[in-house]
Design a protein around this ligand. Structure first.
Ligand code: C5P
Length: 414
Protein backbone atom coordinates (compact mmCIF):
# COMPACT_ATOMS: atom_id res chain seq x y z
CA UNK A 1 0.00 0.00 0.00
CA UNK A 2 1.25 3.47 0.76
CA UNK A 3 -0.48 5.17 -2.14
CA UNK A 4 -2.74 8.18 -1.86
CA UNK A 5 -5.58 6.25 -3.47
CA UNK A 6 -8.96 7.30 -2.08
CA UNK A 7 -7.45 9.79 0.36
CA UNK A 8 -9.22 13.11 0.71
CA UNK A 9 -6.95 16.10 0.60
CA UNK A 10 -7.92 19.71 1.23
CA UNK A 11 -5.22 21.68 -0.59
CA UNK A 12 -4.72 25.18 0.76
CA UNK A 13 -3.00 27.50 -1.73
CA UNK A 14 -1.66 30.80 -0.43
CA UNK A 15 -0.22 33.95 -2.03
CA UNK A 16 3.32 33.01 -2.93
CA UNK A 17 4.86 33.01 -6.41
CA UNK A 18 5.16 29.24 -5.87
CA UNK A 19 1.35 29.10 -6.18
CA UNK A 20 1.90 28.49 -9.90
CA UNK A 21 3.32 25.10 -8.91
CA UNK A 22 0.13 24.16 -7.04
CA UNK A 23 -1.40 23.17 -10.39
CA UNK A 24 1.27 20.45 -10.57
CA UNK A 25 0.66 19.53 -6.93
CA UNK A 26 -3.03 18.96 -7.74
CA UNK A 27 -2.07 16.85 -10.77
CA UNK A 28 0.38 14.73 -8.78
CA UNK A 29 -2.20 14.07 -6.06
CA UNK A 30 -5.07 13.33 -8.47
CA UNK A 31 -2.82 11.05 -10.53
CA UNK A 32 -2.02 9.13 -7.34
CA UNK A 33 -5.75 8.54 -6.83
CA UNK A 34 -6.50 11.21 -4.20
CA UNK A 35 -9.58 13.41 -4.14
CA UNK A 36 -8.56 17.04 -3.93
CA UNK A 37 -10.56 20.10 -2.93
CA UNK A 38 -8.77 23.41 -3.23
CA UNK A 39 -9.12 26.37 -0.89
CA UNK A 40 -7.26 29.51 -2.00
CA UNK A 41 -6.46 32.64 -0.05
CA UNK A 42 -7.38 35.88 -1.87
CA UNK A 43 -3.63 36.48 -2.31
CA UNK A 44 -3.16 33.18 -4.13
CA UNK A 45 -5.54 34.32 -6.86
CA UNK A 46 -2.97 36.94 -7.87
CA UNK A 47 -0.71 34.08 -8.96
CA UNK A 48 -2.99 31.36 -10.32
CA UNK A 49 -6.66 31.27 -11.25
CA UNK A 50 -9.36 29.24 -9.50
CA UNK A 51 -10.34 28.01 -12.97
CA UNK A 52 -6.99 26.23 -13.37
CA UNK A 53 -7.13 24.53 -9.99
CA UNK A 54 -10.86 23.81 -10.25
CA UNK A 55 -10.43 22.13 -13.62
CA UNK A 56 -7.48 20.02 -12.49
CA UNK A 57 -9.06 18.98 -9.19
CA UNK A 58 -12.53 18.40 -10.65
CA UNK A 59 -14.10 20.31 -7.75
CA UNK A 60 -15.22 23.90 -7.26
CA UNK A 61 -12.50 26.04 -5.69
CA UNK A 62 -13.34 28.09 -2.60
CA UNK A 63 -11.64 31.26 -1.48
CA UNK A 64 -14.19 33.46 0.28
CA UNK A 65 -16.15 32.94 3.47
CA UNK A 66 -19.13 34.55 1.74
CA UNK A 67 -20.31 32.65 -1.33
CA UNK A 68 -23.07 34.85 -2.63
CA UNK A 69 -23.51 38.14 -0.80
CA UNK A 70 -26.99 38.81 -2.22
CA UNK A 71 -28.25 35.31 -1.57
CA UNK A 72 -26.68 35.39 1.91
CA UNK A 73 -24.83 32.08 1.42
CA UNK A 74 -21.45 31.20 2.87
CA UNK A 75 -18.79 28.57 2.31
CA UNK A 76 -19.09 25.83 4.91
CA UNK A 77 -15.54 25.81 6.28
CA UNK A 78 -16.49 23.31 8.98
CA UNK A 79 -17.72 20.83 6.37
CA UNK A 80 -14.52 21.32 4.35
CA UNK A 81 -12.36 20.85 7.43
CA UNK A 82 -14.18 17.66 8.39
CA UNK A 83 -14.16 16.28 4.84
CA UNK A 84 -10.39 16.00 4.55
CA UNK A 85 -8.13 13.19 5.71
CA UNK A 86 -5.45 15.89 5.69
CA UNK A 87 -5.15 19.60 5.00
CA UNK A 88 -2.05 20.29 2.91
CA UNK A 89 -1.02 23.94 2.65
CA UNK A 90 1.27 24.26 -0.38
CA UNK A 91 2.63 26.82 -0.81
CA UNK A 92 2.41 28.10 2.78
CA UNK A 93 3.40 31.76 3.10
CA UNK A 94 4.91 33.35 6.21
CA UNK A 95 1.59 35.20 6.55
CA UNK A 96 -0.58 32.07 6.62
CA UNK A 97 1.89 30.24 8.89
CA UNK A 98 1.71 33.06 11.43
CA UNK A 99 -2.10 33.09 11.13
CA UNK A 100 -2.10 29.37 11.91
CA UNK A 101 0.09 29.89 14.97
CA UNK A 102 -2.13 32.68 16.26
CA UNK A 103 -5.32 30.81 15.44
CA UNK A 104 -6.59 33.71 13.31
CA UNK A 105 -9.65 33.25 11.13
CA UNK A 106 -9.33 36.09 8.63
CA UNK A 107 -9.32 33.93 5.50
CA UNK A 108 -11.46 30.96 4.51
CA UNK A 109 -8.35 28.76 4.59
CA UNK A 110 -7.53 29.77 8.17
CA UNK A 111 -11.08 28.97 9.28
CA UNK A 112 -10.86 25.60 7.54
CA UNK A 113 -7.61 24.96 9.43
CA UNK A 114 -9.27 25.94 12.70
CA UNK A 115 -12.22 23.60 12.04
CA UNK A 116 -10.19 20.66 10.75
CA UNK A 117 -9.99 17.60 12.98
CA UNK A 118 -7.57 15.91 10.60
CA UNK A 119 -3.77 16.31 10.52
CA UNK A 120 -2.14 19.25 8.77
CA UNK A 121 0.91 19.35 6.50
CA UNK A 122 2.57 22.56 5.28
CA UNK A 123 5.06 23.17 2.48
CA UNK A 124 6.51 26.63 3.20
CA UNK A 125 7.58 28.89 0.34
CA UNK A 126 9.20 32.27 0.80
CA UNK A 127 12.30 34.27 0.19
CA UNK A 128 15.57 33.20 1.87
CA UNK A 129 15.64 35.95 4.48
CA UNK A 130 11.95 35.54 5.33
CA UNK A 131 12.46 31.81 5.79
CA UNK A 132 15.52 32.26 8.02
CA UNK A 133 13.85 35.03 10.07
CA UNK A 134 13.44 34.19 13.75
CA UNK A 135 9.66 34.74 13.49
CA UNK A 136 9.30 32.07 10.79
CA UNK A 137 11.59 29.67 12.66
CA UNK A 138 9.53 30.15 15.83
CA UNK A 139 6.23 29.79 13.98
CA UNK A 140 7.31 26.55 12.31
CA UNK A 141 8.57 25.30 15.69
CA UNK A 142 5.21 26.08 17.29
CA UNK A 143 3.33 24.32 14.49
CA UNK A 144 5.57 21.26 14.73
CA UNK A 145 4.85 21.18 18.47
CA UNK A 146 1.16 20.94 17.62
CA UNK A 147 1.81 17.99 15.33
CA UNK A 148 1.88 19.82 12.00
CA UNK A 149 4.23 18.12 9.53
CA UNK A 150 6.54 20.50 7.68
CA UNK A 151 7.77 19.63 4.19
CA UNK A 152 11.08 21.47 4.18
CA UNK A 153 11.63 23.92 1.33
CA UNK A 154 14.45 23.36 -1.15
CA UNK A 155 17.63 25.36 -1.38
CA UNK A 156 18.27 27.02 -4.72
CA UNK A 157 17.48 29.97 -6.89
CA UNK A 158 14.58 32.07 -5.59
CA UNK A 159 12.14 34.33 -7.43
CA UNK A 160 13.85 37.35 -5.85
CA UNK A 161 17.09 36.44 -7.60
CA UNK A 162 18.69 35.42 -4.29
CA UNK A 163 19.96 31.94 -3.73
CA UNK A 164 19.11 30.09 -0.50
CA UNK A 165 16.54 28.02 1.34
CA UNK A 166 12.87 28.89 0.81
CA UNK A 167 11.88 27.45 -2.54
CA UNK A 168 8.76 25.29 -2.18
CA UNK A 169 9.50 21.58 -2.45
CA UNK A 170 8.88 20.24 -5.95
CA UNK A 171 5.34 18.82 -6.43
CA UNK A 172 6.73 15.31 -6.87
CA UNK A 173 8.55 15.50 -3.52
CA UNK A 174 5.40 16.88 -1.86
CA UNK A 175 3.48 13.86 -3.12
CA UNK A 176 6.20 11.46 -1.98
CA UNK A 177 6.48 12.98 1.51
CA UNK A 178 2.73 13.08 1.91
CA UNK A 179 2.48 9.41 0.91
CA UNK A 180 5.23 8.44 3.35
CA UNK A 181 3.71 10.56 6.08
CA UNK A 182 0.30 8.91 5.58
CA UNK A 183 1.96 5.50 5.74
CA UNK A 184 3.46 6.32 9.12
CA UNK A 185 0.66 8.41 10.62
CA UNK A 186 -2.39 6.57 9.40
CA UNK A 187 -1.27 3.18 8.07
CA UNK A 188 -4.82 1.81 8.07
CA UNK A 189 -6.44 4.70 6.21
CA UNK A 190 -9.07 3.36 3.81
CA UNK A 191 -9.72 0.19 5.84
CA UNK A 192 -12.91 -0.33 7.81
CA UNK A 193 -13.69 -2.07 11.11
CA UNK A 194 -16.96 -3.28 12.59
CA UNK A 195 -16.84 -3.52 16.39
CA UNK A 196 -19.51 -4.72 18.80
CA UNK A 197 -18.80 -3.56 22.35
CA UNK A 198 -20.17 -3.18 25.86
CA UNK A 199 -22.87 -5.12 27.68
CA UNK A 200 -26.42 -5.71 26.55
CA UNK A 201 -29.56 -5.19 28.61
CA UNK A 202 -32.37 -7.68 28.21
CA UNK A 203 -35.65 -6.30 29.55
CA UNK A 204 -37.70 -8.21 32.12
CA UNK A 205 -40.19 -5.34 32.11
CA UNK A 206 -40.02 -1.65 31.20
CA UNK A 207 -37.68 -0.92 34.14
CA UNK A 208 -35.88 -4.12 35.13
CA UNK A 209 -33.37 -5.89 32.97
CA UNK A 210 -30.80 -8.67 32.92
CA UNK A 211 -27.35 -7.24 32.28
CA UNK A 212 -23.70 -7.86 33.01
CA UNK A 213 -20.62 -6.12 34.38
CA UNK A 214 -19.03 -5.10 31.08
CA UNK A 215 -17.98 -1.42 31.11
CA UNK A 216 -17.29 -1.10 27.38
CA UNK A 217 -13.75 0.17 28.13
CA UNK A 218 -11.84 -2.42 26.14
CA UNK A 219 -14.04 -2.01 23.07
CA UNK A 220 -13.81 1.79 23.23
CA UNK A 221 -10.01 1.61 23.51
CA UNK A 222 -9.86 -0.63 20.41
CA UNK A 223 -12.18 1.66 18.41
CA UNK A 224 -10.08 4.72 19.28
CA UNK A 225 -6.77 2.99 18.52
CA UNK A 226 -7.97 1.80 15.09
CA UNK A 227 -9.46 5.23 14.29
CA UNK A 228 -6.15 6.89 15.22
CA UNK A 229 -4.46 4.60 12.73
CA UNK A 230 -6.81 5.88 10.04
CA UNK A 231 -9.57 3.27 10.03
CA UNK A 232 -13.25 3.99 9.72
CA UNK A 233 -14.95 2.27 12.61
CA UNK A 234 -18.60 1.23 12.84
CA UNK A 235 -18.91 0.99 16.59
CA UNK A 236 -22.03 -0.75 17.87
CA UNK A 237 -22.15 -0.19 21.61
CA UNK A 238 -24.38 -1.53 24.34
CA UNK A 239 -25.05 0.83 27.29
CA UNK A 240 -21.66 2.32 28.22
CA UNK A 241 -20.63 5.72 29.49
CA UNK A 242 -17.14 5.47 27.96
CA UNK A 243 -16.68 8.18 25.29
CA UNK A 244 -15.42 7.37 21.79
CA UNK A 245 -15.24 10.82 20.19
CA UNK A 246 -13.28 10.63 16.94
CA UNK A 247 -14.33 11.65 13.42
CA UNK A 248 -13.44 8.13 12.20
CA UNK A 249 -15.85 6.44 14.60
CA UNK A 250 -19.49 6.04 13.72
CA UNK A 251 -21.16 5.03 16.95
CA UNK A 252 -24.54 3.41 17.22
CA UNK A 253 -25.86 2.94 20.76
CA UNK A 254 -28.11 -0.04 21.40
CA UNK A 255 -29.62 -1.77 24.42
CA UNK A 256 -30.48 -5.38 23.65
CA UNK A 257 -28.69 -8.21 21.85
CA UNK A 258 -31.38 -8.18 19.16
CA UNK A 259 -30.82 -4.42 18.61
CA UNK A 260 -27.06 -5.01 18.49
CA UNK A 261 -27.49 -7.75 15.90
CA UNK A 262 -29.73 -5.56 13.73
CA UNK A 263 -27.34 -2.59 13.96
CA UNK A 264 -24.28 -4.76 13.18
CA UNK A 265 -25.98 -6.34 10.18
CA UNK A 266 -27.11 -2.94 8.88
CA UNK A 267 -23.52 -1.61 9.18
CA UNK A 268 -22.19 -4.67 7.36
CA UNK A 269 -24.73 -4.25 4.54
CA UNK A 270 -23.76 -0.60 4.20
CA UNK A 271 -20.03 -1.33 3.82
CA UNK A 272 -17.89 -4.46 3.88
CA UNK A 273 -15.59 -4.37 6.92
CA UNK A 274 -11.93 -5.38 6.61
CA UNK A 275 -12.04 -6.61 10.18
CA UNK A 276 -14.83 -7.60 12.57
CA UNK A 277 -14.09 -7.41 16.29
CA UNK A 278 -16.61 -8.80 18.76
CA UNK A 279 -15.73 -7.38 22.16
CA UNK A 280 -19.32 -7.12 23.36
CA UNK A 281 -20.44 -9.11 26.38
CA UNK A 282 -23.68 -10.15 24.75
CA UNK A 283 -26.30 -11.70 27.04
CA UNK A 284 -26.67 -15.34 26.04
CA UNK A 285 -30.36 -15.40 26.93
CA UNK A 286 -33.23 -12.93 27.20
CA UNK A 287 -36.64 -13.02 28.89
CA UNK A 288 -39.02 -14.60 26.40
CA UNK A 289 -41.95 -12.32 27.24
CA UNK A 290 -40.82 -8.91 28.52
CA UNK A 291 -43.65 -7.23 30.41
CA UNK A 292 -44.88 -3.87 29.22
CA UNK A 293 -44.94 -1.47 32.20
CA UNK A 294 -43.66 -2.01 35.75
CA UNK A 295 -45.48 -4.73 37.63
CA UNK A 296 -45.58 -4.33 41.43
CA UNK A 297 -43.43 -6.65 43.51
CA UNK A 298 -46.47 -8.80 44.32
CA UNK A 299 -47.25 -9.18 40.61
CA UNK A 300 -43.81 -10.38 39.62
CA UNK A 301 -43.66 -13.96 38.34
CA UNK A 302 -41.79 -16.59 40.36
CA UNK A 303 -39.80 -17.62 37.31
CA UNK A 304 -38.90 -15.90 34.07
CA UNK A 305 -38.95 -17.91 30.90
CA UNK A 306 -35.79 -17.32 28.87
CA UNK A 307 -34.89 -17.80 25.21
CA UNK A 308 -31.43 -17.91 23.69
CA UNK A 309 -29.99 -14.89 21.92
CA UNK A 310 -28.45 -15.33 18.49
CA UNK A 311 -24.66 -15.27 18.28
CA UNK A 312 -24.03 -11.85 16.75
CA UNK A 313 -20.38 -12.36 15.87
CA UNK A 314 -20.97 -15.74 14.22
CA UNK A 315 -23.82 -14.15 12.26
CA UNK A 316 -21.84 -11.20 10.93
CA UNK A 317 -18.77 -13.34 10.26
CA UNK A 318 -20.92 -15.58 8.06
CA UNK A 319 -21.91 -12.53 6.01
CA UNK A 320 -18.46 -10.89 5.92
CA UNK A 321 -15.91 -11.43 3.17
CA UNK A 322 -13.56 -14.44 3.48
CA UNK A 323 -10.72 -11.89 3.36
CA UNK A 324 -12.08 -10.06 6.43
CA UNK A 325 -9.93 -10.54 9.55
CA UNK A 326 -12.39 -11.81 12.16
CA UNK A 327 -11.67 -11.42 15.86
CA UNK A 328 -13.74 -12.59 18.81
CA UNK A 329 -13.22 -12.11 22.54
CA UNK A 330 -13.73 -14.81 25.11
CA UNK A 331 -13.90 -14.37 28.84
CA UNK A 332 -13.01 -17.48 30.80
CA UNK A 333 -13.01 -18.33 34.49
CA UNK A 334 -9.85 -20.35 34.38
CA UNK A 335 -7.48 -21.33 31.62
CA UNK A 336 -10.05 -21.24 28.80
CA UNK A 337 -7.66 -22.12 25.96
CA UNK A 338 -9.60 -25.22 24.90
CA UNK A 339 -12.85 -23.23 24.87
CA UNK A 340 -11.17 -20.43 22.89
CA UNK A 341 -10.04 -22.93 20.26
CA UNK A 342 -13.60 -24.25 20.00
CA UNK A 343 -14.97 -20.71 19.61
CA UNK A 344 -12.46 -20.00 16.87
CA UNK A 345 -14.24 -22.54 14.68
CA UNK A 346 -17.78 -22.13 16.01
CA UNK A 347 -17.78 -18.37 15.41
CA UNK A 348 -15.78 -18.55 12.17
CA UNK A 349 -13.04 -16.36 13.70
CA UNK A 350 -9.39 -15.98 12.65
CA UNK A 351 -8.35 -15.11 16.18
CA UNK A 352 -9.83 -15.21 19.68
CA UNK A 353 -8.65 -12.76 22.31
CA UNK A 354 -8.84 -14.73 25.50
CA UNK A 355 -9.00 -13.09 28.90
CA UNK A 356 -9.70 -14.71 32.21
CA UNK A 357 -11.43 -13.28 35.26
CA UNK A 358 -9.11 -15.58 37.22
CA UNK A 359 -6.22 -13.24 36.30
CA UNK A 360 -5.85 -10.40 38.79
CA UNK A 361 -6.67 -7.05 37.16
CA UNK A 362 -8.17 -8.58 34.02
CA UNK A 363 -11.65 -8.47 32.54
CA UNK A 364 -14.71 -6.50 33.64
CA UNK A 365 -14.53 -3.31 35.71
CA UNK A 366 -10.75 -3.02 35.50
CA UNK A 367 -8.67 -0.49 33.60
CA UNK A 368 -6.14 -3.26 32.91
CA UNK A 369 -6.37 -6.56 31.08
CA UNK A 370 -4.26 -9.66 30.45
CA UNK A 371 -4.89 -11.46 27.21
CA UNK A 372 -3.78 -14.30 24.94
CA UNK A 373 -4.20 -14.08 21.18
CA UNK A 374 -5.39 -17.52 20.12
CA UNK A 375 -4.75 -18.03 16.40
CA UNK A 376 -4.95 -21.82 16.49
CA UNK A 377 -3.62 -24.79 18.45
CA UNK A 378 -0.07 -24.08 17.29
CA UNK A 379 -0.05 -20.35 17.83
CA UNK A 380 -1.12 -18.71 21.08
CA UNK A 381 0.60 -15.41 21.90
CA UNK A 382 0.52 -14.47 25.60
CA UNK A 383 0.81 -10.88 26.83
CA UNK A 384 1.58 -9.29 30.19
CA UNK A 385 -1.01 -7.48 32.31
CA UNK A 386 -1.32 -3.99 30.80
CA UNK A 387 -3.77 -1.12 30.39
CA UNK A 388 -6.76 -1.71 28.13
CA UNK A 389 -5.31 0.98 25.83
CA UNK A 390 -2.06 -1.01 25.53
CA UNK A 391 -4.02 -4.21 24.83
CA UNK A 392 -5.87 -2.26 22.11
CA UNK A 393 -2.51 -1.26 20.60
CA UNK A 394 -1.34 -4.91 20.56
CA UNK A 395 -4.58 -5.93 18.85
CA UNK A 396 -4.28 -3.04 16.37
CA UNK A 397 -0.70 -4.19 15.56
CA UNK A 398 -2.06 -7.64 14.70
CA UNK A 399 -4.96 -6.19 12.66
CA UNK A 400 -2.42 -4.02 10.83
CA UNK A 401 -0.13 -6.97 10.05
CA UNK A 402 -3.10 -8.84 8.59
CA UNK A 403 -4.68 -6.00 6.62
CA UNK A 404 -1.59 -4.43 5.07
CA UNK A 405 -1.05 -7.64 3.11
CA UNK A 406 -3.98 -6.69 0.87
CA UNK A 407 -5.89 -3.58 -0.28
CA UNK A 408 -9.10 -2.47 1.47
CA UNK A 409 -12.15 -4.55 0.55
CA UNK A 410 -14.12 -1.47 -0.37
CA UNK A 411 -13.31 2.17 -1.14
CA UNK A 412 -14.59 3.92 1.94
CA UNK A 413 -17.76 5.63 0.84
CA UNK A 414 -17.95 8.41 3.40
O1 C5P B 1 -19.51 -17.69 23.49
P1 C5P B 1 -19.00 -16.46 24.16
O2 C5P B 1 -20.10 -15.60 24.70
O3 C5P B 1 -17.94 -16.69 25.14
O4 C5P B 1 -18.30 -15.70 22.95
C1 C5P B 1 -17.66 -14.51 23.10
C2 C5P B 1 -17.52 -13.81 21.78
O5 C5P B 1 -18.69 -13.94 20.99
C3 C5P B 1 -17.35 -12.31 21.95
O6 C5P B 1 -16.56 -11.85 20.89
C4 C5P B 1 -18.76 -11.80 21.88
O7 C5P B 1 -18.79 -10.45 21.47
C5 C5P B 1 -19.38 -12.73 20.86
N1 C5P B 1 -20.80 -13.02 21.11
C6 C5P B 1 -21.73 -12.53 20.22
N2 C5P B 1 -23.06 -12.82 20.41
C7 C5P B 1 -23.46 -13.60 21.43
C8 C5P B 1 -22.52 -14.10 22.31
C9 C5P B 1 -21.19 -13.81 22.13
O8 C5P B 1 -21.39 -11.82 19.31
N3 C5P B 1 -24.74 -13.85 21.56
Amino acid sequence: MGSLSGRRIVLGVTGSIAAYKSALVVRELVKAGAQVRVVMTPGAKEFITPLTLGTLSGHAVHSELTQDRDAGTWTDHVELGLWGDVVLVAPATAHTLSGMVEGRGDSLLLTVLLSAKCPVVVAPAMDRDMFSHAATTENLGALRQRGVHVIEPDTGELASGLTGKGRMAEPERIRQELTEWFRIQAPLMGYRALITSGPTREPIDSVRFIGNRSSGRQGAAIALELAHRGMLVDFISGPSSVATDHPGIQRIDVETAMDMKAAAEAALKNAMPDTTIGVAAVADVRPAHPIDGKPAKSELPDAIEMVGNPDILAGINALASPACFKVGFALAHGDGKAAALRKLTAKNCDMIVLNSIADKGAGFEHTTNRVDFVHGPDRIDSFELKTKEAVAADLADEVQRQLLQRPPLEQSGR
